[in-house]
Design a protein around this ligand. Structure first.
Ligand code: GDD
Ligand code: MG
Length: 340
């Protein structure tokens, strides 16, 4: 089976970090996020994928090339202007038509059992199957109502609270039969969630919804981007830090990891889960808890960081305080004794 991964969005809710890199390439424990999805694909025998690119399209080819290094055969489909999730998929149709295709949003991490999803899809003889997950706040996602046989009755993107009748949402993973592509208009902006899914339901097509068990996250906001790090480091997500995120030698529990070339001055203290990028330096007596510090950041003496994300090559002055929710842009500076 071939996969298509939708990665052309601008990632506006994850600014300022997505001004420097597209969301699926942002590092998670010092590896591009998409590599975790590739890991799931490979584990289920998927060897070929087409990346549906638009925003900063050439960045992906530069990082992943033909995919051989990752055990995959990667192809690239490019939209000059973003065509929306449906238009993007239609644009990649020539790569996908020869069988059931797996389609993934490029910003979700889900250790789901693809083989079980496929069995479900076949047993329901569905044109499209949608993986579902349960969340506390469905208004941020696509609400999916199903009957007791798993047939989708309604798909409502970003519902308001008074429309929320269930907590099952679109997890951003689909199985598509080739015929489903015929219902996507070519060469124009079109949405799967606001266009294709509701339209196919209205036409009486079979769409099936399968609850994907296990860990799921969409990393699309700063808070969620931080959260995926904490979840992996604290063992809630079934993924392991790779070679580029090693437990810090000597002074820390395994929940603090760093890339190569990190320098830690005496009396620095760590709490909770912390991810340090390559070449980060942490000043004397600095305190870090539950935070993500990207490559090349310098943290001054006595600085305090808590539940925040620091962009690559930023400078944090001595005794500066970055509190919960702070998101420091790559290359920026925070003065000594500043409070953020
Ligand atoms: N190629 C391409 N072109 N990709 C796009 C485009 C486009 O025009 N627009 C969005 N994408 C990609 C994004 O890069 C992202 O990986 C994925 O499609 C989903 O877009 P988001 O902008 O992250 O959507 P969302 O998170 O608000 O909602 C979507 O995901 C939820 C699950 O995380 C929807 O599919 C919801 O229904 C779903 O619940
Ligand atoms: Mg998203």
């Amino acid at each position: 089976m071939k996969a298509a991964i939708l990665i052309g969005g601008r990632g506006t809710r994850l600014r300022p970090f997505t001004l420097d890199a597209p969301k699926p390439l942002l590092p998670v424990l010092n590896r591009p996020f998409l590599e975790y999805q590739f890991q799931v694909l490979r584990a289920h025998g998927v060897r070929e994928a087409v990346l549906c690119t638009s925003y900063r399209a050439s960045d992906f080819r530069r990082v992943f090339g033909d995919g051989r290094r990752l055990g995959l055969k990667l192809r690239y489909a490019r939209e000059r202007l973003p065509l929306g999730t449906g238009g993007a998929l239609k644009n990649a149709e020539p790569f996908l038509r020869d069988g059931t295709a797996l389609v993934l949003n490029g910003d979700v991490l889900n250790a789901f059992d693809l083989s079980a999803f496929l069995r479900f899809h076949r047993s329901r003889r569905a044109e499209i199957s949608i993986a579902l997950t349960r969340v506390k706040d469905p208004t941020q996602y696509g609400l999916v109502l199903t009957d007791d046989k798993g047939r989708v009755r309604r798909f409502l993107e970003k519902p308001s609270w008074d429309e929320v009748e269930s907590n099952a949402i679109n997890a951003g993973a689909y199985l598509f039969e080739p015929g489903a592509f015929d219902h996507i208009p070519p060469g124009k902006t079109y949405s799967l969630e606001r266009g294709l899914f509701p339209e196919r339901l209205a036409a009486g097509a079979t769409l099936a919804g399968w609850i994907a068990p296990g860990y799921w996250i969409d990393i699309g906001t700063v808070d969620k981007y931080l959260q995926v790090h904490l979840d992996i480091l604290e063992g809630r997500a079934p993924f392991k830090p790779g070679e580029s995120a090693r437990p810090l030698k000597g002074l820390s529990p395994a929940r603090v990891v760093s890339g190569p070339g990190v320098r830690i001055a005496p009396f620095a203290r760590f709490g909770g889960a912390v991810s340090l990028g390559r070449g980060v330096s942490v000043g004397r007596g600095a305190q870090l808890s539950d935070c993500v510090v990207l490559d090349g950041v310098r943290i001054g003496d006595g600085a305090r960081l808590e539940r925040c994300v620091v962009g690559a090559r930023a400078r944090v002055g001595t005794h500066a305080v970055l509190g919960p929710g702070a998101a420091l842009a790559g290359g920026s500076r925070v003065g000594d004794y500043s409070l953020l």
